[in-house]
Ligand binder design. Structure first.
Ligand code: SAH
Length: 221
């Protein structure tokens, strides 16, 4: 019966269905779709939610955080227009799922997380996947990573209350930054594209729900 089909499907079928769903919602860049298809999302989810890893939904991870919805990961990655030569800064490592996808599309990914536990778990996943172009840092990503700036691309995966000035300052003149912007439970996904002369074009893409970008590092593990 149709309603039982999901449970009986193989992981391959579920993944194929997820990719089709992303395509139908406008994620069309073949490189982005390929990076998603070759990144095993169950590796990034908690045991309790592994059977839901190929659903197009956000899921809880440790420290009260979430792994983003695959469609949003696809949309944000596509919007960032990552090039194989790019050095990318990601704020909010979380599970490391988005980091892994970025690592497949770029030269180097610098990723910052304010929870030590999440950082360590993500590092173990990068190791198990054999990723050699991800550099992690435990810290407050709101300040970016000045020592490694400027970056070709910056992705923020936690909601910034307003324009992320410190991060925009660390972007190359023609760089792109994608971030959820807003203080409430629903934010606007925005893309800032450098005009080469210190200014930016700002595009509002869609409504999203991200956990907030918080100040400082977490006192808890
Ligand atoms: N990209 C992640 C989504 C993580 S959710 C994934 O694919 O799983 C957002 C993450 O941002 C959380 O892990 C949260 O702890 C982190 N975060 C929030 N504020 C931060 C800050 N100021 N600096 C670094 N990380 C931050």
């Amino acid at each position: 019966m149709a309603q039982h089909q999901d449970d009986e499907d193989t992981p391959e079928t579920r993944l194929a269905r997820l990719i089709l769903a992303l395509r139908s919602q406008g994620v069309s860049d073949p490189a982005v779709l390929n990076a998603i298809e070759t990144t095993p999302r169950p590796l990034f989810t908690q045991d309790l939610f592994k059977d839901r890893a190929f659903e197009d939904s956000a899921l809880p991870i440790a420290c009260g955080q979430t792994i983003s919805q695959p469609f949003i990961v696809g949309l944000m990655t596509q919007a960032l227009q990552v090039d194989k030569r790019d050095r990318v800064l990601e704020i909010g490592t979380g599970s490391g799922y988005q980091t892994t996808i970025l690592s497949k599309l770029s030269r180097l990914v610098y990723t910052v997380e304010r929870y030590r536990t999440l950082m360590r778990e993500a590092e173990a996943r990068f190791k198990s996947l054999g990723l050699t172009n991800v550099i992690t840092r435990f810290g407050d990503g709101g300040a970016g990573w000045p020592e490694q700036a400027p970056f070709d691309k910056i992705m923020v995966t936690a909601a910034a209350p307003g324009e992320p000035k410190a991060l925009l300052d660390q972007l190359k003149p023609n760089g792109v930054l994608v971030a959820p912007i807003g203080k409430g439970p629903v934010q606007t996904l925005k893309r800032y594209t450098g005009d080469g002369a210190g200014g930016f074009t700002v595009e509002a893409m869609t409504d999203v729900r991200f956990v907030p970008l918080l100040d400082g590092v977490a006192k808890e593990l």
